[in-house]
Design a protein around this ligand. Structure first.
Ligand SMILES: [Zn+2]
Length: 363
């Protein structure tokens, strides 16, 4: 056990603890040992008496370890900043510790929560069950004591993606900081995410560091955290590609699916095994993304957020092949069935620039 926290609150995600400074047990640099010392969501307040304060969060999704690895490394070295007081928030510790292997659960089902509130990144707009709201109120209670300058929320994707930042639309301050950390910025109206709440206090962004488990993603998280600690976060504009989310795409209930790309069975969707390669790819022409039984006229396999028409983004030919229309690309497409069930299948993006920016390869 660590030295006593200055504050403990019971929440649906376990006891939320707040520490002042860094307990000595957490300075080994090893993320798994760091995790074993924690019991629930935890905040560390490093108050250097400075005017501004920055917040770094990680592990809001328990299976996205790159952020925690970077924080563990910072705690071994120097987790303070010359520019600002620091608050570190380690989110869904219980999910991260569950199972035989750490970092294998995005969220847990058995928290007395149902629906989206189980996901720690879907609770921050309020009106959630009491045990989840207790975490929102407690963390924001800590944040509220400081004059906030910026918030960086570190995540991984379950499929292969280049690293990219996510900000709320129409937030130029967040976009300028995002541009210092990633060459691609995706605008997403995720008010129920942690950055939705933090944006009330300061420019806030998610950094999707790349696919979970990949060394390159861990390196990007560490490099970005180091920059976030040591840089003055000057608001000069950088050369970035901006994407707006046109649609959030889910698979219709009752369909089975595979990633063979070419199977034909009733009520079955067969998606391309190369789906992840389409993430942020430059797409000047229609691209085949899978196949369903029939020509799509008897019901489309996708459900879109906000009641948009799937036909706007997808086309079906007589053989049942599904095409993504030209001018659109994908983000966060994954072959990971659990994540598809717990989140969406992928996002459809439109670039706000004339071209699609720097090509990249998932290889
Ligand atoms: Zn995440």
């Amino acid at each position: 056990m660590l030295v006593s926290p200055v504050l403990t609150t019971s929440t649906a995600f376990g006891a939320f603890s707040v520490y002042r400074g860094v307990p000595a047990e957490l300075t080994s640099g090893n993320a798994e040992s760091f995790l074993q010392h924690l019991d629930g969501p935890t905040a560390f307040v490093l108050d250097g008496g400075l005017e501004k304060t920055r917040l770094v969060s990680c592990l809001v999704h328990g299976n996205e370890p790159s952020g925690l690895k970077a924080v563990a490394r910072a705690f071994k070295g120097n987790p303070y900043s010359h520019h600002a007081n620091m608050i570190y928030f380690v989110g869904n510790v219980r999910a991260a510790k569950a199972g035989l292997q750490p970092f294998s659960h995005r969220l847990l089902d058995n928290m007395g929560l149902s629906g989206p509130a189980r996901d720690m990144n879907r609770i921050w707009a309020g009106h959630v069950p009491g045990g989840a709201q207790a975490l929102v109120d407690s963390l924001l209670g800590v944040v509220h004591q400081f004059s906030m300058e910026a918030c960086l929320d570190l995540h991984n994707t379950s499929g292969a993606n280049p690293h990219f930042a996510v900000t709320l639309p129409d937030c130029i301050g967040s976009e300028l900081i995002a541009g210092q950390l990633a060459p691609r910025v995706m605008k997403l109206s995720l008010e129920s995410g942690l950055i939705g709440a933090m944006n009330m206090y300061c420019p806030s962004l998610v950094l999707e560091c790349g696919k979970m488990g990949m060394k390159s993603a861990d390196q990007i998280a560490l490099r970005s955290l180091t920059h976030f600690l040591n840089d003055s976060l000057s608001l000069e504009s950088r050369d970035i590609t901006r994407y707006q989310v046109s649609a959030e795409v889910y698979i219709k209930k009752g369909l089975t699916m595979d990633f063979l790309g070419d199977t034909l069975e009733e009520n079955h969707l067969s998606l391309s095994p190369q789906l992840e390669d389409l993430n942020f790819s430059a797409l000047g022409q229609a691209v085949r993304i899978g196949r369903i039984d029939g020509d799509g006229s008897n019901g489309l396999p996708f459900v879109l957020s906000d009641h948009q028409a799937a036909r706007q983004y997808f086309d079906w030919d007589d053989y049942g092949y599904i095409w993504l229309r030209p001018g659109y690309t994908l983000a966060m497409a994954t072959l990971h069935q659990d994540n598809i069930r717990n989140s969406c299948l992928f996002y459809v993006l439109e670039s706000q620039e004339a071209n699609f920016g720097v090509p990249w390869s998932a290889a």
